[in-house]
Design a protein around this ligand. Structure first.
Ligand code: ATP
Ligand code: ATP
Ligand code: MG
Ligand code: MG
Ligand code: MG
Ligand code: MG
Length: 271
């Protein structure tokens, strides 16, 4: 009640608006999906149904009345999704907490709703629900937004190449996880490609684009005649951690950003 003696507690709420005209990205990531994917027996390294479910939850997030077409690009890999918003977006007075919580719960809600269509034989359990955390980051130029997407796409590539090798060594090569990690330690991209081809007959470049490059959703509310600009050769790569390796990307130039069904998308002006 606005006029009650308790209303002063409202004044403890801090304003948290984004700057007036920045692009912003909301990135969600599944909490503990290593365990969640095990509990539901995801195929390794890539469970197609799980990726398609992420894509459909993202599609619902972007298309629904809640965001009113203000989110123009989605990029997904593994258990994460990034949502890029127009700089002119005025939803919820650009309040950060409102935006992050709304998008996170919208996506999670769609993921849970759609789950039975993708995993009919593996019902969700109340003590192991799929939950996502969310963060929001502002960018002031289109170049930064494109570089953000390139960064996530390079990450997809590095993780996927490592995981493809790792699971080939474990599932087909009979190695333990520790042995596989040791085998891959310090290898560069070309060595991994060679390992996959010579030992397992896998041509990395023939793996589905969704595994190698992630998935892109583009909101199109107007004709966009320009052809898409292919992501430039991934170059800057962070130092290796235990689960990824530092390396230049393979020589094949990256594919244009693809839709979940594999169609190339056209270039999109962001605002
Ligand atoms: P955190 O809570 O810190 O994010 P996490 O266990 O979710 O921990 P991530 O780095 O986010 O760790 O990695 C997600 C993990 O989920 C991957 O390592 C992989 O094991 C699993 N995963 C997610 N999507 C898929 C998929 N489509 N197919 C197979 N495994 C998947
Ligand atoms: P906003 O998005 O701004 O929060 P809102 O429609 O959710 O808009 P609130 O001020 O949050 O508006 O009020 C919630 C409304 O939801 C109530 O006015 C009431 O109409 C409805 N509502 C919520 N819980 C119940 C309930 N248990 N029984 C009946 N109606 C409910
Ligand atoms: Mg995380
Ligand atoms: Mg995670
Ligand atoms: Mg993740
Ligand atoms: Mg309400």
């Amino acid at each position: 009640m606005a006029g009650s003696r308790y209303a002063y507690t409202r004044t403890f709420e801090l304003p948290d608006p984004l700057l007036p005209t920045t692009f912003f990205v909301i990135r969600l990531d599944g909490k503990g999906f290593h365990g969640f994917s095990k509990a539901h027996d995801f195929d390794k390294p890539n469970d197609v149904k799980a990726l398609e479910l992420m894509n459909m939850a993202a599609k619902r997030t972007m298309e629904g009345k809640e965001l009113m077409g203000e989110c123009v690009i989605g990029f997904g890999e593994s258990d994460e999704y990034s949502f890029v918003f127009k700089r002119s977006c005025k939803l919820h007075g650009r309040r950060q907490s409102k935006l992050v919580t709304l998008v996170t719960s919208l996506f999670t809600s769609a993921y849970v709703f759609l789950w039975p269509s993708y995993f009919p034989n593996s019902p969700l359990q109340l003590d192991e629900l799929p939950v996502f955390d969310g963060r929001i980051v502002q960018y002031s130029t289109e170049l930064e937004v494109k570089d953000y997407l390139r960064w996530r796409q390079v990450d997809t590539h590095i993780n996927n190449m490592y995981n493809t090798c790792f699971w080939a060594l474990v599932l087909e090569g009979g190695m333990t996880a520790q042995e596989a990690n040791k085998e891959l330690s310090g290898t560069i991209s070309s060595q991994k490609q060679e390992l996959l081809f010579s030992r397992f007959g896998i041509n990395y470049n023939n793996l589905p684009p969704m595994f190698r490059k992630g998935s892109v959703l583009v909101w199109e509310d107007e004709p966009t005649p320009a052809p898409i600009e292919a992501a430039s050769e991934p170059e800057a790569v962070e130092p290796s951690s235990s689960s990824t390796s530092a390396e230049p990307s393979p020589s094949a130039s990256p594919a244009p950003l693809l839709t979940p069904d594999g169609r190339p998308r056209r270039n999109k002006k962001l605002d």
